[in-house]
Design a protein around this ligand. Sequence first.
Ligand code: DX5
Ligand code: ZN
Length: 226
Amino acid sequence: MTPHAPTPRIAPSILSADFARLADEIAMCEAGGADWIHVDVMDGQFVPNITFGTKVIETVRKLTDLPLDCHLMIVQPERFFDDFAAAGASGLTIHAEVAPHLQRQLTRIRELGCRPGVAVNPSTPLTSVADVIADFDLLLVMTVNPGFGGQEFIPHSLDKIQRARILLAGAESRATLEVDGGISRATIGDCWRAGAEAFVAGNAIFSAKAPKAEIGILRDACAVSV
Ligand code: DX5
Ligand code: ZN
């Protein structure tokens, strides 16, 4: 079984960035070798926090050519697909918990020219996405309950990451397996070895003493054998 992509993808989450210095923060991510910029859209309904929407996606789009990996923690996400695509989103990841018409919603994201992704909360079984594997290009396994940066990685997520990798391999899917929440030097290696290949990191990067170097340190941590 092919475990995963040959190199880890690191996606800094701007949720933890200093918004007064957003341009510098994005430039730092680029200089540090980030693969994607992760944009957390929250609505105060699906998750107990409100962040940002179209305007910020548009702003970040102007600041970088890196792909914008937009994670929609919002109810009825389809209301915003057109706006977010027009604002420059590269990928739109929606939550299975609030997407009863997942197949249609993912298809619409693809029609808009964005990479369709689906996310599952820690309590949501992988079976909720098993019948739409052909419709998504990214599977996001949440390793915290979404809503806030800086939370602790849930250790038994590792088992779920392994099962997600097996699910994708069994369906011969080339979808990227991403993890989000509590990813740090201490947790990223185990996630990589469990089969994850894209890593969202907020606090670990933006609160590091040397944020630019931390991006490479996280990537290198995947290469360490245990
Ligand atoms: C959590 C968000 C994450 C968050 C991760 O709800 O989806 O993307 O920014 O932050 P850290 O890496 O600090 O756990
Ligand atoms: Zn996220």
